[in-house]
Ligand binder design. Structure first.
Ligand SMILES: Cc1ncc(COP(=O)(O)O)c(C=O)c1O
Length: 370
């Protein structure tokens, strides 16, 4: 598959493998690979298949649609849906062998009105995030016994930490203590017990758990210094290079005025690609040279200032080893998760393994068969 607009992401599957092994050496637990939001913008099926090949035991996504997206692309491993599945759709999960999360007491009761034979679930305990999960022992015990009677397999128990990016935050410890006490009181033979996300897995021990749910760190990022490799490099090429005079303005609203004679270039990426307007004032790089985004980011293009004339077609790094995501996130007043997951499917992905291209995926150029 090809692409003709020269803005794309190189995805290094060897870096993903490196990260998985590096993390597993650290936490020594089984891996639940978080593949939601199109694998944090890296492409769901390619990342899922590689994660399974590297030993991930379960893939986790946010919705039934995301789970089906993997199934339709022939991903065969166990898939856990972390979010809400409408009870009327639970038969789809059963047919496609997708594991559901018990997201609330009311959901559990509703599910019992459906034909649930063969359903497998993980039970989520809300220990303080107040987003999803069962709130107390009475609810949990009732659901466990109802589900046993209905032939639903409760194979997992989990919770989610609200403040794991801050190792000094006592909330993680408090949540874990509550989770552990619930787990011990239940005395149920769960196959899977999990709590930690990437950050927690790096600084917080969860002895009762046999698995960790890792998303961001798979892709080379964590809030703490850790031995990880960046998986995605976002690239583009200069498509228009010119000199502007002192006093000339650039882009919509004329928010940038050249303070002297300047060399500028247009690159084909804009907010419709997920490259939002707050990038103005930050920089891309040509080699090691920072090139500031000047003027407003447009829908499909934006302008950068150059230190000298480069030929059109010169490679520009937008995000990767030379343009780090953390300072970028600070500039954009957001977090790396948002930058990655907002990248639109207009950006084709080129997957590399052992230094060679294994495939190119451009969702905008898939021919309709019907
Ligand atoms: C329930 C749950 N578990 C795990 C993760 C993975 O988190 P991280 O990407 O920080 O590893 C997420 C991500 O949002 C999540 O919602």
């Amino acid at each position: 598959m090809r692409f003709y607009r020269e803005t794309w992401a190189d995805v290094d599957l060897d870096a993903l493998e490196y990260n998985i092994h590096s993390l597993q050496n650290h936490h020594k637990k089984d891996l639940i690979a978080i593949i939601k939001a199109n694998a944090y913008g890296h492409g769901d099926d390619m990342i899922a298949k590689k994660a399974l090949a590297c030993g991930a035991k379960i893939l986790a996504v946010s919705s039934l649609d995301e789970a089906l997206s993997l199934r339709y692309k022939h991903v065969e491993g166990p898939i856990l849906v972390l979010g809400h599945i409408a009870p009327k759709d639970i038969h789809v999960a059963i047919e496609e062998e997708i594991i559901a999360t018990v997201t609330s007491y009311a959901w559990a009761k509703d599910i019992l009105n459906e034909n649930c034979e063969g359903l497998v679930v993980h039970l989520k305990v809300d220990t303080g995030m107040n987003r999803m999960g069962l709130k107390n022992m009475t609810e949990i015990e009732e659901v466990l016994s109802d589900f046993e009677e209905a032939g639903i397999l409760v194979e997992g128990l989990y919770t989610h930490f609200a403040s794991s990016d801050d190792p000094k935050e006592i909330q993680t410890y408090k949540q874990y203590v509550l989770f552990e006490s619930i787990y011990r009181q239940l005395d149920h033979p769960f196959k899977w017990v999990h709590a930690s996300n990437s950050d927690a897995s790096l600084h917080f021990d969860t002895p009762i758990c046999n698995a960790v749910r890792i998303g961001l760190a798979l892709f080379g990022y964590a809030s703490f210094d850790y031995d990880l490799k960046v998986v995605m490099t976002l690239k583009t090429k200069l498509v228009n290079v010119k000199t502007i005079e002192k006093g000339e303005t650039v882009s919509y609203g004329a928010t940038y005025t050249a303070s002297q004679k300047e060399i500028i270039a247009t690159i084909p990426i804009g907010y419709a690609d997920g490259w939002n307007r707050k990038h103005q004032g930050h920089f891309a790089k040509i080699g090691d040279v920072e090139c500031e985004y000047i003027g407003r980011i447009c829908m499909d293009q934006c302008m950068i200032r150059l230190d000298k004339v480069y030929p059109e077609g010169t490679l520009v790094e937008l995000l990767g080893n030379h343009v780090s995501i953390y300072p970028m996130a600070k500039h954009l007043e957001t977090i790396p998760y948002e930058i990655l997951t907002q990248l639109s499917d207009r950006i084709p992905k080129v997957y590399f393994e052992k230094g060679k291209i294994v495939t190119t995926i451009n969702p905008r150029l898939i021919k309709k068969e019907d």
